[in-house]
Design a protein around this ligand. Structure first.
Ligand SMILES: Nc1ncnc2c1ncn2[C@@H]1O[C@H](COP(=O)(O)OP(=O)(O)OP(=O)(O)O)[C@@H](O)[C@H]1O
Ligand SMILES: [Mg+2]
Length: 507
């Protein structure tokens, strides 16, 4: 299909020439001298490019550009102007034109500026697409994040002690997200989930009936297209008889979770395919470009200073323009490499050990662990700290999953903590006796989208590192081929204000 170009000029001779040249360059041209017709045309079809004369009656090119942008916000516009009005043309660029062309046209200039405009436009569009998908992916599987929010909202709305979202994966019920305090036992929750799925409606079970302490468990099935895909389960320690309203509320939340699961399945299929490859490529390019850009910027600043000193105003202005362009490029690169940066922290009093146990539990449900010896060695002196439990759960879960994926069902996984009262920091160690990493893998493990796994996205490590860094901590890895991998997160523990709760509370 031919690309569409819109040309508006009140000089019919110029209009004719442009129409001919652009048609010869292979474009489908809409040429008019009437700005109103131009506006109508953008309503009727999408253009790839518009060439507008700066001086027209009754409206001018800039006003027309604004009108066009209201209808097609990202339409690249080239403003055409006669000699002597360059200053206005620069102003046009400042106000949103892509570039300007001086009249009379030089053949090559017309061709090259159009080519450049279209190429840049294409790149910007790809980058936008990449950014949206990237952000979704970077949230460590949108699924986990959305289900997290559902679990969180459920706990808040129902005053339950905890909420767990189970999902059916290859015939097994897998806890995908949880909120509230860690559950004392998972089996009862899982049983309730499975019962709700069988019945297809929300159910309530009282713990007393099973001889456990007198809590209540309510479970609602998550129904996705062809049947139950999992269940949303809440638990309270009090013995409550849930009413119609409660069950209805839960059904509402579970339908939210079900929507999340369905949407994410669509996205998941993108995740391992072309989009991730595209993302990898983009970040690789960005990394390659980052350092030379920083150098370039330094040189330009230097040049600017030098030209100021020798009072070369014109030269200085040029250098300034280069600097602006380099800055722009730098921000583009930063944008690309910023995928996966987690949001701001919401610190609450958090006991690390139950949090780590919960991560282990979530990971265990997702990866085979029958042949894996899981060892926990927690330092009883480790106090509670003000941490973002949700983000940290995501970080540790990713690290534990990596270890289990490396172990492939056999070996030892150790999760240990060590508290240093002197520095107020805790070091969390996650260690596996898997195959280890080669030097090259180790060097790139934290790169976004770097993965050696057929189904990997290459986000786990970078997510973990940014979460730990946001806590003013540090994440380090040591690994030896054939011996295993040790990942350590050093976290400063901001003390919890209430001193009565602090000592030994995390044990
Ligand atoms: N414990 C480990 N043992 C061996 N290699 C590891 C370990 N942890 C990470 N790696 C290596 O680092 C790479 C990047 O890990 P990362 O968690 O970022 O991505 P991934 O696990 O491949 O994919 P994702 O976590 O997004 O599903 C892995 O592909 C793997 O090669
Ligand atoms: Mg991983």
């Amino acid at each position: 299909m031919k690309q569409k170009v819109l040309v508006v000029d009140d000089d019919s001779a110029i209009l004719e020439v442009l129409e001919m040249r652009l048609a010869a360059m292979g474009f489908e041209v809409t040429a008019t001298s009437d700005p109103r017709k131009a506006l109508e045309a953008t309503e009727a079809s999408r253009f790839e490019l518009a060439l507008l004369d700066l001086r027209m009656e009754p409206t001018d090119g800039m006003r027309l550009m604004e009108g066009l942008h209201e209808r097609q916000p990202r339409l690249p516009v080239l403003i055409m102007t006669a000699h002597g009005t360059i200053q206005t043309a620069v102003e046009a660029v400042r106000r949103g034109a892509f570039d300007y062309l001086t009249k009379p046209f030089v053949r090559d200039e017309l061709r090259s500026k159009i080519a450049r405009t279209l190429a840049t436009r294409r790149w910007a569009r790809d980058r936008e697409r990449l950014l949206t998908v990237g952000q979704a992916l970077a949230s460590s599987g949108v699924m986990a994040r959305v289900l997290d929010s559902v679990a969180q909202a459920t706990v808040e709305a129902t005053d339950a002690d905890r909420c767990v979202v189970f999902q059916l994966e290859q015939g097994r019920l897998v806890p995908m997200a949880s909120a509230g305090s860690p559950p004392p036992a998972w089996t009862r929750l899982e049983a309730a989930a499975s019962a709700a799925m069988d019945k297809g409606i929300p159910i309530a079970t009282s713990g007393a009936a099973e001889g456990a302490d007198s809590g209540t468990i309510v479970a609602a099935p998550l129904v996705v297209q062809r049947g139950p895909a999992g269940a949303l389960v809440i638990e309270t320690s009090a013995h409550l008889e849930p009413g119609e309203d409660d069950l209805e509320l839960l059904a509402l939340f579970s339908s939210q979770a079900a929507i999340a699961i369905r949407n994410t399945h669509d996205l998941e299929s993108l995740k391992s395919g072309a989009v991730a490859a595209l993302g990898r490529m983009a970040t690789q390019v960005a990394h390659e470009v980052k350092n030379p850009l920083a150098g370039l910027r330094l040189y330009v600043r230097h040049l600017e200073q030098h030209l100021t000193k020798i009072e070369d105003a014109a030269g200085k202005e040029l250098a300034g323009k280069i600097a602006v362009t380099v800055d722009h490029l730098t921000s583009v690169v930063a944008e690309i490499t910023a995928f996966g940066r987690p949001p701001e922290l919401h610190r609450v009093s958090t006991a690390l050990h139950p949090l780590l146990d919960e991560c282990l539990e979530l990971a265990r449900a997702r990866r085979p662990t029958e042949g894996v010896d899981i060892v926990t060695a927690y330092d009883p002196a480790c106090p509670e700290g003000r941490l973002d439990a949700r983000e940290l759960k995501k970080a540790f879960l990713n690290l534990i999953l990596n270890a289990l994926e490396a172990l492939e069902g056999a070996g030892r996984l150790t999760v240990a903590t060590a508290y240093s009262a002197a520095t107020g920091t805790v070091t969390v160690t996650i260690e596996d006796t898997g195959p280890g990493m080669t030097e090259e893998t180790l060097a790139r493990a934290f790169d976004l989208f770097f993965t050696t796994k057929p189904d990997g996205t290459g986000l786990g490590m970078s997510i973990a590192r940014s979460v730990v860094n946001l806590h003013a901590g540090e994440l380090t890895v040591s690994s030896r081929v054939g011996e295993g991998t040790r990942v350590q997160a050093r976290l400063p523990l901001e003390p919890v204000p209430d001193p009565a709760r602090a000592p030994g509370a995390g044990a």
